[in-house]
Design a protein around this ligand. Structure first.
Ligand SMILES: NC(=O)c1ccc[n+]([C@@H]2O[C@H](COP(=O)([O-])OP(=O)(O)OC[C@H]3O[C@@H](n4cnc5c(N)ncnc54)[C@H](OP(=O)(O)O)[C@@H]3O)[C@@H](O)[C@H]2O)c1
Length: 309
């Protein structure tokens, strides 16, 4: 099968022929139809997690998947042809979803895909969508509150803005003027703040006492922490935790995305009923993953998709 692999840290992702994997007990072989880029993929290429996670070369890149069940191992009740999507969750970084097939465990990191959601949308939903659900659940905004989303234009941010807006809270989203600002307004942001200017002054002009909640996906977390009103809540996907907040009167949650089936079903349901938009800025075929990685690193508006024919 074709798979996008690297044989060392820093290597250019290349399409190679590898053996089609087989599902063991409790596992599912998925015929992948779509995926998308996440920060994790770039981090794997550049060895960011090499001291934290076990890596086994050659590594097939890719976390998100959407496709159909090709075969199942012993004890799995899913039928061949069933539409599924999710996130590859393996203890060793080795087998990913930028490939024609991937083996995943049943029961975690996988959910049924409703007919109303296409593969391209579902391939862009798993990790970023789950991270967005988890950060918004952590800060639990309420109607009448304010939510500052730093990184609102990105994959996680685009979902987080929509989830925050749906709570009835007022969303302040970071974006550059022009296309990016229009993009976050279209997702439901009431205010746009330009992070290339004086972010603090812009946020204080909208919320003089500070915002009640914030989401940290990019930028300086302490700047965001200082923009919270007393008693405010902030959640981060970048490891900013309570100990780093010092004696500020705020609640800090460091989030690791948890793609359990219930969260994946919630996301797919929201896309199916039209309450959540999937924004694909560009889509690249499997043999252009290296260009997709470059486009992701250059800054995205929404997600960058990968199609697998
Ligand atoms: N902990 C977890 O489980 C978990 C899960 C998912 C993601 N993550 C991490 O969360 C982060 C966000 O992920 P993502 O997929 O959304 O990344 P992304 O798609 O690259 O989004 C980042 C966005 O932020 C914008 N940006 C750059 N600098 C900024 C700044 N100083 N202030 C505000 N916005 C800025 C970028 O656009 P421009 O540069 O074009 O303006 C881009 O649109 C990544 O670091 C990722 O690795 C962690």
């Amino acid at each position: 099968m074709r798979a996008v692999t690297i044989d060392d840290f820093g290597a250019t992702p290349t399409v190679t022929e590898t053996a089609k994997p087989e599902p063991g007990p409790g596992e599912i072989l998925v015929r992948v139809r779509a995926s998308s880029l996440n920060g994790f993929d770039g981090a794997v290429i550049y060895g960011v997690f090499k001291d934290m996670l076990e890596h086994k070369f050659p590594i097939t890149l890719g976390k998100d998947f959407a496709g159909t069940v090709e075969a199942v191992g012993e004890g799995v009740a899913r039928a061949a042809g069933e539409r599924v999507f999710g996130v590859v969750m393996k203890p060793v970084v080795c087998e990913g979803s930028f490939a024609e097939y991937v083996v995943v465990a049943d029961g975690y990191g996988i959910a049924a895909l409703p007919e109303a959601v296409d593969f391209a949308q579902a391939g862009a939903l798993g990790l970023a969508g789950t991270a967005a659900v988890d950060v918004i659940d952590a800060i639990a905004p309420k109607a009448g509150e304010t939510v500052l989303v730093s990184g609102a234009t990105g994959g996680v941010g685009a979902y987080a803005v929509q989830l925050a807006q749906a709570t009835g809270a007022t969303v302040l989203a970071t974006a550059k003027p022009g296309e990016e600002a229009d993009f976050v307004r279209g997702l439901g942001a009431a205010h746009v703040v330009d992070y290339t200017g004086d972010l603090t002054a812009q946020v204080r002009a909208i919320a003089p006492e500070g915002v009640t909640t914030a989401v940290h996906l990019v930028g300086d977390p302490l700047q965001l922490a200082d923009l919270l009103a007393p008693g405010g809540r902030i959640a981060s996907t970048l490891g900013f935790g309570p100990e780093a907040a010092g004696d500020r009167d705020i609640t800090v949650t460091s989030v690791m995305a948890n793609p359990d089936t219930a969260t994946l079903e919630r996301l797919a349901g929201a896309v199916a009923d039209g309450t959540m938009k999937v924004s694909l800025a560009q889509t690249f075929p499997l043999d252009a993953v290296d260009r997709a990685v470059g486009a992701f690193g250059a800054g995205t508006v929404g997600k960058i998709g990968i199609s697998v024919d």
